[in-house]
Design a binder for this molecule. Sequence first.
Ligand code: TSJ
Length: 661
Amino acid sequence: MAKQKDDGSYDSSQIQVLEGLEPVRKRPGMYIGSTGYDGVHHLIKEIADNSIDEAIAGFATRVDVRLLEDGGVTVSDDGRGIPIDKHPKTGKSTLETVLTVLHAGGKFGGGGYKVSSGLHGVGSSVVNALSEKMIAEVVKGGELYGIEFERGAPKTELKKVGKTDRPDGTTVTFYPDPTIFKETVSFDYEWVVNYLRHQAYLTKGVLTTVYDERTKQRQSFYFEGGIKSYVNKLNVGKDVLGDDVFYVEKKVEDSVVEIAIQYNDTFIETLKPFANNVLTPDGGMHVVGFRTALTRVLNDYARKTSLLKEKDDNLTGDDVREGLTAVILVKLPDPQFEGQTKNKLGNPEVRGYVDKIMSEYFSYYLEETPSIAKKIVDKAILAARARKAARAARDNVIRKGVLEGLNLPGKLADCSSKVPGECELYIVEGDSAGGSAKTGRDSRTQAILPLRGKVLNTERARLDRMFANNEIVSLIKALGVGIGDQFDIAGLRYGKIIFMTDADVDGSHIATLLMTFFFRYMPEVIAGGHIYLAKPPLFELTRTGNQPSDFVYDEEGLDPLLDKQIEARKSKGTKINDSDERFKQAGYSDQKRYKGLGEMDAQQLWDTTMDPEKRILVSVRVEDAEKADAIFTKLMGDEVELRKSFIQSRARTANLADLDI
Ligand code: TSJ
């Protein structure tokens, strides 16, 4: 029996166990990633995943999590109970072995697909090692067995506690060690709710329940249809093509493939791929197999039914993914998670498994429900047409000779340097501000391209018209990157492209339009971090005499500045006239609010907005441009369906980041 002596040393039986788990306590981060909030909650997952495995194996029908008043957590199931017989290798009970030997979990499972040895499946012994106390109970045939641990070391032997009327099953209670989890050891009810909802969707027929003793909250999840119910849930509130979700579950070799699909009338793909109940946001072999089969099956069907004519091109993968909602779940004995964040399934055999099941059963589905099949194919054909229309619009511009001739546009006041890294292109709203900018700039490194704001602004509702706009054609020429198939980022003539627009509604519309243009036609330029917004000042505070003015760049900045100046003057004994305006109290002779860039002269524009030493530049990231694109789309009222389809399909790029289920 393990006993810690009074002097803090250990007797031999305990040392043996501690040797096994000592590295875990020494470097907990290596085993569970973090020792903060994530780590603490990972412990629950690590334990409860064992119960989910028992449910997947068909032996448990329920998994219960109880958040205890005293800070602990109890996880229990009604499965077979962890075996209590002596394990041949360790000479101890399997129960004790599972909880004290590092990575013992998988070895004692006897094959099958284990959630608990999945992505971060480090094993229940790790949880034990990182808990100040753990109690494991097993019920078998009316007998209750129990064993207790402290920081991974057995405190008692496994013993028969007595008779019970509880059904067979396993119950584990543990208390995260606060000396390891220094930030927090408090469990978050909502985390458990999310985890159990997720597991219930992925394991059909299992009842998961959380009860929080601290707040008396309770929630249960049960989904008869599993991932089929999940797809229903993902499509809530959307118009769906066909009421019934396509669903298949089939064993292939030593794996199981489960797929649920339903289209909706949006343009967005929502795909949730899982391997052994672990979400794989970066996809992998299961997703590749799925997509290949989906595209092929829909093309075959569309040809066979003449929805796609002989002269028509095949539907592309992108075409068939618009409006698709799908959950793919594969279970395999030895999942390989790849990539930087281990978010991708690597097992090559899975590609063929999913392709085979999907091809066979989705074909049946289309044959059996021709009315839904037609809607799906028609939608994909519409997507294909939108794609071609967008391409034609773009190619048309190229044909019309946007890039014809290598001469730079007349409107451009170029810089003299030809080193892109030090060159900046200011795109300036309005001819008058453009004039000041030309006069005020550093002509060695700063180029100015004035855009007639009014023209752009009134036409902002139509992006395609931008190509007919001389200003935009000038912009494309000035940038030197080309457009469409000829686009080449290597030609970029400026390291920084700076939008300088008024700080009013029109100015922000123009900035939105420009961002949208870059987002759709030159996303690489945004991704390369080349786009910036200039921030002109909102207020000028003029000083007496020949002293330079002070400038304030945002609404919130004015009052604090005036307060500071007034205080400073008071402390120097200056008499302040309370009836004066605040800027006068602060020692300024005038305060002016700028309505537009045009109100500044060349010197002021340089001082406030263009001088690299003093100006404020805001870098535009892809996310900002994506938002601008969404705003732009909203601004377009009366557009045709095709265009809408094209634009909204861009939202697809963001869909896999959505982990919320
Ligand atoms: F691992 C653990 F201790 F953390 C833990 C395991 C915690 C909890 C809450 C449950 C479980 C667990 C393990 N529930 N059910 C099982 N099942 C088995 O370990 C088991 C039972 C019987 C057989 C068999 O082949 O007869 C095989 C296994 C894997």
